[in-house]
Design a protein around this ligand. Structure first.
Ligand code: A3P
Length: 323
């Protein structure tokens, strides 16, 4: 309904100037909504549209939810390959010629209507904090979520280096110190990091059949085990025959950092990111840096390590078990 949609847009336009603001990591500023820092044009707008019921969830919807830099690209590839394992031949797989972000796009205010018409199960990637999702998505309709969390020190380093690649050439780079201060204060897109993780962690304890909580480090250590767990959770468990035929191993191999990052499409291709004020051409290669656990050791000072560990331990008891 156009009138209702216009009403929501008006509500959104009126809301933005009333919210606390901070400098962003790239060019955009961030606004704080219900405790979370968001880029107004995409995450916040989508959240407001969802609040007013403009996104119609389906019970078969599969959400991949991540804090930025926690492993979104990898999990997109793994989930896409798992769900579509009977639709494509591994030698002619779309992931070999199309970047993971094109195979499995982000839910964005500008593609709500396209998403309406996708065949089930719809694969929807989001970074939104759990508490900002409407009840229709999280409870009534009962969509499934795969959440991926990663060590905050690795997330921070990955985000800092990524943001500097994404900043316009005319902008000076964001210093490690400045980025660190912002991250520690919770000021980054979809931050505070710790509250994001905690929201999904608590929800996964309450609804283990709806929210699968994975850790990047665990997927790294045992990708096959996690892929099998994920397939089961998504209602498409691997049969013994599939396992014997090596289907799981093939998915893991195809989606590995070495394989994906060396594909021509991911070396030279790009995706048009629509999460900012204007379309941004983003090279697929920026989503593949090192793909390792513990690279923070090469970037952070002893004080920085101590401060992030301190925040993690302070945040609360549950989360210190998580991270
Ligand atoms: P690093 O910067 O630590 O290398 P996101 O996809 O959420 O934006 O996260 C990007 C991070 O995931 C980057 O981390 C990137 O290198 C890593 N990554 C991308 N593809 C991966 C893969 N197939 N396996 C493991 N890590 C991957």
């Amino acid at each position: 309904d156009i009138d209702v949609y216009q009403k929501t847009l008006k509500r959104f336009e009126e809301l933005v100037p009333t919210l606390p603001r901070s400098k962003g990591w790239m060019t955009n500023h961030l606004v704080q909504y219900q405790g979370f820092w968001l880029i107004p044009t995409s995450p916040l707008k989508a959240v407001i549209l969802m609040e007013d019921g403009h996104f119609k969830p389906q019970p078969t919807d599969i959400f991949l939810s991540t804090f930025p830099k926690a492993g979104t690209t990898w999990l997109k590839a793994l989930i896409f390959a798992t769900i579509n394992r009977n639709n494509f031949d591994f030698s002619k797989h779309p992931l070999l010629t199309t970047g993971p972000h094109d195979c499995f796009p982000f839910l964005d205010p500008r593609n709500f209507s396209e998403i309406e018409s996708l065949p089930p199960p719809r694969l929807l990637s989001i970074h939104y904090p759990f508490c900002l999702l409407p009840e229709s998505v999280t409870a009534t309709v009962g969509c499934r979520f795969v959440y991926v969390c990663r060590n905050p020190k690795d997330v921070f380093v990955s985000m800092w280096l990524f943001s500097n690649k994404m900043r316009p050439k005319e902008e000076p780079p964001l210093s490690l110190e400045e980025a660190f201060e912002m991250f520690s204060e919770g000021v980054s897109n979809h931050g505070p990091f710790w509250d994001h993780v905690l929201g999904y962690w608590k929800a996964s304890l309450e609804s283990p059949d709806k929210i699968l909580f994975l850790k990047y480090e665990e997927v790294k250590r045992g990708p096959s085990v996690r892929v099998k767990k994920m397939a089961q959770f998504l209602g498409q468990p691997f049969s013994a025959e599939e396992e014997n035929q090596g289907v799981v191993d093939e998915i893991v191999r195809m989606c590995s950092f070495d394989n994906l990052s060396n594909l021509q499409v991911n070396k030279t291709g790009h995706v048009v990111h629509i999460s900012h004020n204007f379309d941004v051409i983003v090279n697929h290669s920026v989503f593949f840096r090192k793909g390792q656990v513990g690279d923070w050791e090469n970037h952070l000072t002893a004080e920085m390590i101590q401060r992030l560990d301190h925040i993690t331990n302070e945040k609360n008891e549950i989360i210190s078990q998580v991270l």
